[in-house]
Structures are given as structure tokens and as C-alpha cells.
Design a protein around this ligand. Structure first.
Ligand code: C5P
Length: 395
């Protein structure tokens, strides 16, 4: 049976991305019927949406020909899912308050189907207490509100508030619709992934870092989301795009990462791929350290929290805790000891003496309580897909 969504296109510059979303949905075999708000019609035309969806587009309550038949009620119920993209601050506020003063908001109040909202707005609007409140209330009401992407905005500012990419919205739609066949093995599971390096400040302009690119962790987050998991990706400073359907939390330091991990619990599984800095400068200078006559300054280090070990020891320990071990010698031996020392269920060990860090491929060994598996050299995406499949088996 054809899966059907009702797509409400709100008034924001990101409305143009709704066009691409329609195309992707159609390609995935999902039928789309569009409702364009008054604001939305300033950015895209009904003609564009009609051509892409190959369906009539509705714009006002009064264009539903025969209201004697309660056309708006029918429209709100004939789809399997109602999607709001872009969901403006105004639309979210009206949804949260139950206001029904145009076709879109009336449908949202009248529907008996699940609702998914993909917000897009200026960063300050997204962070405003009123929007935070509205989003929390909507989530409490059972509406799936996606996290917006972070980046440069049309208004010239920078931060969270960009509409998630259409591919990511499609993943969320697929998940809300129960997932396409064979992609829902991790549906209903929440999996936490850490990725990338951490940066530990020495002063406002200098920091301690490592060569981790974040690629393997991002690939794992993507592979888990592709199996239908709800994935929270806590990412250190890296410049790679957020995988489709993944909720990303950006952090800089190990201590920020530890906090973000704790805040994301509970989770069914955790895959700690991040190359967390073992040490930080004991006291980061408030001002740039000047080159002085007394010679180079000395740097006193202190130890960072071990996020993996703390998670494995926590009362909220996920059922499956997976660590990574980057080693340059005696890889399996060190990984086996690490598994026990940190109380992880599995350790994925890799030899980073070559070009693994920042490279595209990886040779890994999976160390579990049952023994060690040696995987052949594989692209990082393939390592991720295999690991995701193993996680699905285990959960
Ligand atoms: O001890 P080592 O750093 O080699 O352990 C690597 C594993 O531990 C990885 O899974 C890494 O994400 C995690 N780790 C951590 N917090 C630290 C250090 C490592 O979560 N401070």
C-alpha cells in the first residue's frame, strides 16, 4: 500500500528545500500532498509544489471545494503522517497553543495522525525561551520535533536553526512511517555515539588536539540511523556534515563531551569512537600567553575524565557499551586489556600506525567476551555497516 504524507510548507527561506524533500519522498515511494501557508507562498508557489507532488496543493481553508463534506477534516486524516517543513517559530507556537486560524493550523489540530516538524528559523528565535517552551510542549504532546542543523544562516548569523537537509528529513519520515522494509532493525532504540577529537584550550587561541577526523564515528552514526535507530551523535570539533537522521551535539572539550554524553542518557547502546584527549592544560590562560624573555612557558597537564569508563560504571549504563582502541603496537593485546579495565562489552581495535586517522579505510579487530574477530581492511563506511548490523543482532 502506498505510504502517504501531508506536507505543510511554512513561511521561511528554507521553503525551497521542501521542493527537494517532495522529490526525495516520491523517489522513496511516498505520496505527497502539500499545504502551503500564507507565509510559505512568499517563498515557493503552489505550482511548484503541485508539479513536484503531482497532486493538488491547498492554500486556504476556503479552497476546499465542498466544506459541507468537511474537506479539512478529511485532508488531515487521509495521510499516514503530517510533516511540517519548514516549521517556523510561528507555526510551532500555534501548534503548541492549539491555535487554528488558517488551513495548516486547522489541519494540525484536526489530525488523528502522527506529526513530524522540521524547524527552521533564525538562531535567536530557535534559542528563545518561548520557542524552547513550545518545542518541549510539542514533544510532550507526542509531536516529533527534529533538531535543526547548525551553520551559517540566510540572515547572516551562525548557529542552530537551519532546516535539516531533505535527506535527513526523509530518514525521519521513513522512521515515523515505520521504516522501509528491512531498514527498521534498530527502530525504537536510542544509540549514543561519540566522534572526533577534543580540543583542550591552552589559552584563547591555542589548544591541544589530535589527528582524529571523526569520519569513522560519523559513519557509524549514519549506519545506525539507517537501521532505524534514534542516534545522538556527540561530536568534537570536526568539519564533516551531519549524517542523515542523526541528532548532533557539538562539543569542544573532553569535559563538555562527558556532560553531553551524560545528558543524552538513557540509551540502549553507546559507541564511543571519539579520540578524547587524555590530558588538558591544568589552567587555561584567560589571555593569550605572550612570548617573553623568560623562555617558553611550561605546560602543566591534568587528566581528563574517562567518558567510556564512567559510562560503563554508571547506574544508567547502556545495555551494550562499545569502546574503540587506537593503538600503534600490540593492538589486540592492549584492546583486550582495555575491554576489561573499562568494563566495555566490546572494543573495536584499530592499528593507527598507518594512515587510519583521517583516512578512508580501516582494519579493525572486534574484541568481545567471546574472543577476537579480525576484519579485513574495509572502507570506514563498510566497517560502520558491519558494526551496526552486529549491534542490531545484539540488541
Ligand atoms: O584509553 P584509550 O583512550 O585508548 O581508550 C579509548 C576508548 O575510550 C575510546 O572508546 C574512547 O572514545 C574512550 N575514551 C573516553 N574518554 C577518555 C579517553 C578515552 O571515552 N577520556
Amino acid at each position: 500500500m502506498t505510504r502517504r504524507i501531508l506536507l505543510i510548507v511554512g513561511g521561511g527561506i528554507a521553503a525551497y528545500k521542501a521542493c527537494e524533500l517532495i522529490r526525495l519522498c516520491r523517489k522513496a515511494g511516498i505520496a505527497v500532498k502539500c499545504v502551503l501557508t500564507g507565509g510559505g507562498s512568499h517563498f515557493v508557489t503552489p505550482m511548484t509544489l503541485a508539479a513536484l507532488s503531482e497532486n493538488q496543493v491547498h492554500t486556504t481553508l476556503w479552497d476546499l471545494k465542498d466544506e459541507a463534506e468537511m474537506g479539512h477534516i478529511q485532508l488531515s486524516r487521509e495521510a499516514d503522517l503530517v510533516v511540517v517543513a519548514p516549521a517556523t517559530a510561528d507555526l510551532l507556537a500555534k501548534m503548541a497553543a492549539g491555535i487554528a486560524d488558517d488551513l495548516a493550523t486547522t489541519l494540525l489540530l484536526a489530525t488523528d495522525k502522527p506529526v513530524l516538524a522540521a524547524p527552521a528559523m533564525n538562531v535567536r528565535m530557535w534559542q528563545h525561551a518561548a520557542t524552547r517552551r513550545n518545542v518541549a510542549r510539542l514533544r510532550g504532546d507526542g509531536v516529533t520535533v527534529l533538531e535543526p542543523d547548525e551553520g551559517p544562516m540566510a540572515c547572516g548569523e551562525y548557529g542552530p536553526g537551519r532546516l535539516p537537509e531533505p535527506e535527513a528529513i526523509l530518514v525521519a519520515i521513513e522512521r515515523a512511517l515505520g521504516g522501509p522494509p528491512d531498514r527498521g532493525r534498530l527502530a525504537g532504540k536510542h544509540i549514543l555515539v561519540t566522534a572526533g577529537p577534543t580540543h583542550e584550550p591552552i589559552d584563547p587561541v591555542r589548544y591541544i588536539a589530535n589527528r582524529s577526523s571523526g569520519r569513522q564515528g560519523f559513519a557509524i552514526a549514519e549506519a545506525l540511523a539507517a537501521l532505524g535507530a534514534r542516534v545522538t551523535l556527540v561530536a568534537g570539533p570536526v568539519s564533516i556534515p551531519t549524517p542523515a537522521g542523526v541528532i548532533r551535539i557539538d562539543v569542544e572539550t573532553a569535559r563538555e563531551m562527558a556532560e553531553a554524553v551524560a545528558a543524552a542518557l538513557p540509551a540502549d547502546a553507546a559507541v564511543m569512537v571519539a579520540a578524547v584527549a587524555d590530558w588538558r592544560a591544568e589552567a587555561a590562560a584567560g589571555q593569550k600567553i605572550k612570548k617573553g624573555e623568560g623562555g617558553p612557558p611550561s605546560l602543566t597537564l591534568s587528566e581528563n575524565p574517562d567518558i567510556l569508563a564512567a559510562l560503563a560504571a554508571s547506574p544508567k549504563r547502556p545495555r551494550l557499551v562499545i569502546g574503540f582502541a587506537a593503538e600503534t603496537e600490540r593492538v589486540v593485546e592492549h584492546a583486550t586489556a582495555k575491554r576489561q579495565r573499562k568494563n566495555a562489552d566490546w572494543i573495536v581495535a584499530n592499528d593507527v600506525s598507518g594512515d587510519v586517522m583521517g583516512g578512508e579505510a580501516n582494519t579493525v579487530h572486534l574484541v568481545t567476551a567471546e574472543g577476537v574477530e579480525h576484519w579485513e581492511r574495509l572502507p570506514k563506511s563498510e566497517v560502520a555497516a558491519r558494526l551496526a548490523a552486529r549491534i542490531a543482532d545484539a540488541l
